[in-house]
Design a protein around this ligand. Sequence first.
Ligand code: ADP
Ligand code: MG
Ligand code: MG
Length: 907
Amino acid sequence: MTTLTQSVRTPLVMSLHDGDRTMVDLLGGKGANLAEMTRLGLPVPHGFVITTEACRTYLVDGKEPAELQVLVLERLHELVIEAGRGFGDVADPLLVSVRSGARFSMPGMMETILNVGLTDATLPGLADRGGERFAWDCYRRLTQMYGRTVLGVGADFFEDALARAREARGVADDSGLDADTLRELTAEFRRICVEQGGEDLPQDPHEQLVRSIRSVFESWNGDRARLYRLHEGISDDLGTAVNIIEMVFGNTGPDSGSGVCFTRNPATGAPGAYGDYLPNAQGEDVVNGSRVTLSLDDLDRLQPAVHAELLRHLETLERHYTDVCDVEFTVEDAHLWILQTRVGKRSPAAAFRIAVDLADAGTIDMDEALVRVDGGQLQSLLHPQFAPGGTSDVVATGLAASPGAAVGELVFSSGAAVIVAAQGRKVVLARPETSPDDLAGMLVAEAVITSRGGLTSHAAVVARGLGRACVTGLRDLEIDVREHRIVLQDGAILAEGDVVSVDGSTGEVCRGRRDVRPSPVAAALQATTVLEAPATEDPTAAAVVRLLVHADLRRHLGVRANAETLADAKAAKGFGAQGIGLARTEHMLLGDRRVLVEKVVTDSGRTEALAKIEELTRHDFLEILEEMDGLPVVVRLLDPPLHEFLPDLVDLSTRVAVIEERGQHDAGLEHLLAVVRRWHEVNPMLGLRGVRLLAVVPELLDAQVRALGDAYAELLVRGRNPQLEIMIPLVSDEKELKQARARIESALAEVSARRGLDLTVPIGVMIELPRAALTSGDLARSAEFFSFGTNDLTQTTWGISRDDAETSFLGLYRQQGLLSFDPFDTLDERGVGRLMHISCEEGRAARPALGLGLCGEHGGDPASVRFCADLGLDYVSCSPPRVPVARLEAGRAAVLSERVDAGSDTR
Ligand code: ADP
Ligand code: MG
Ligand code: MG
């Protein structure tokens, strides 16, 4: 019985030989991929994994599972046999790394301790393997990492001591420190451990190991790991695995080194391996940007055989994972070791190019290419970029680590970035290099620039993940964080608060503000008609066009745009919109035309005002319907709260009072005041708007509908093919709808009779109140189509004012974890989505041919588009620049839902 329950229990420890890449939940990403590479026969050092199950138990119970220590000892014993070295053996000691590694990659957010097992007793044995200097270098690193991670000593104590040693020896980086200096440093580090951490580095290798494992468990709950998970939406319950891996050494001399590389360029997507290499270094030196790295070409020059072997393994990995991989590797005395791989993070621009290139190579198909990119990435590519040339004053050029055009004030610390950004100002964070402690500043910065590090440095990796512009390796300038300034090569100074422009696509940093222009992707989309070869030289833009063409082939969901000007209508068509899903007529009547509505409502010069409204509306829609010839145009009748058209009550009262004080009278003004008082509402958002206003002042409806009917008739006469649809806003009841509909029909009949033409104009209703959604069966009897106005529907379902949403308590709610998303950005599927679901079902039951669309801002939000596709809507409608995003997401939704269906068939 006991054996049975034990054998089905989730394992706490597993050898790399027994796992594979599917076991990410248990082994974490790093462990699962190490196991996979072991299976593939790649040169991975021996090791085993303590599973996430053990970590979860530790996190819940506050102590390790009882049997863990024994299991670790058993595996360690096997590792000793495989490695042929003893743990704690004085002659030839086995050292291990103790590495965190969770289900989802959290670059640099948790801890790793290298060289565990090194003590005063084992040091001479290690020196026999790689020399005195090497052994002391390992020892000071262990002391430093152990002190920081296990004993909680501030990193600065060690860094300052290192900086002093470098200065005393007159060397630029740690690789210049000799054996004696490193021995002294190790002693000093151990004093720091005792003084700041309360204890020395343990001299029992097993104690080092056990305490290191525990501190990796605990790093799961470190501040920066929590912040990262919050931002990335990763659950706090997963826990991390701990990888115990035999140490191999990149710091034994010039034939050794460490590197990080990608199978393709992660910033641009260009084919060919890309990476950084550092001779005579342990891996952390590459990532933390503490030394100037070499390229893979340099490695080819230094060690051609190693380079060739590395490229072979990269090819194997890309083929095996069918995607770009990144790899950490170490060379020990001309022998190559692969220490980590995973599917590599990439910039949005690279994501599109890589997906299409892999499809062209036959590695994946176009459906797969489509699901590997997403609307959020496309959105960022549609952002404006810097105009080329101009009078820009380039002060330095570094590595283009993460694309984007950013302008902001210079700040020199994460804390300053947070403070300045909180005042609504844009900031560019400048650091010699970044560390995980800078995450808060990177989150609020427009761009990050560093003087050290390569394309694989912490700054580069994190910025790409966050979609921030980033330039690294700005070697020509000195970023002086103490003095809060940048010293340029010519001695000129950039001070805190100075505005700089950062181009993450070229690596240029400019003094001052540069002009921006539309993105080449947006330009290419506007210049390409559907199914045409991409009209662009830009490889990313070409890839975007091709994936959108594929998305169009696959999707069932239509995409329209919200537009009411000729310019917007043209842009919408250029972006591939299949019509206008929402033309907001009030936008045409605000501004200097506002007074016309005021005249109608206050009954002063009403007839002329109505005639003018009719004439203007006719003219506007003649143009728009002509531009959109053959495509549907949904026109919504006047919607906004009445107060937007009337003068402000307080202003007006004051004006009248002032006149009265002078003993005078202004009859017109007094009449206006009476009307404004009459209609004044404490809560206009819930007041006289939409269909309600049209019921109270039906002459407005008549004028609008006659104008639309006339424009429509005029185009028919001209032999065109207008597709007008009229939509009634803010309906909550069938009777309201019926009355408005009858009035619309009679206005259209009037035009029809006058023109002697048949007008077929579908009439629909906007579903933006819960009551409308819940009585959709009734409404559908009097409507040819529904369109979900999810901005108002969200406001009225949640009872949260959308006009105050930006500044209201929603931010605090999110901080407290009461809300994980903003319902005004991303459709609330559970609440608002459920109302939509009910509305669709009951509406279609009453009228099977009922048209269904959505026209809120959610129509351009990637997650919401997917929901609409799954709900079976006919179309979404969004602002013109978001049309490509909606097309892409609609295509992805079709592919993904087919996969779900296929999956359930085979089960
Ligand atoms: P991270 O998840 O932050 O990348 P890692 O666990 O990969 O942390 O370790 C940090 C660095 O230490 C890496 O650069 C890696 O190459 C190096 N490293 C880890 N384990 C070993 C090992 N067994 N031998 C040599 N270097 C190692
Ligand atoms: Mg790593
Ligand atoms: Mg509305």
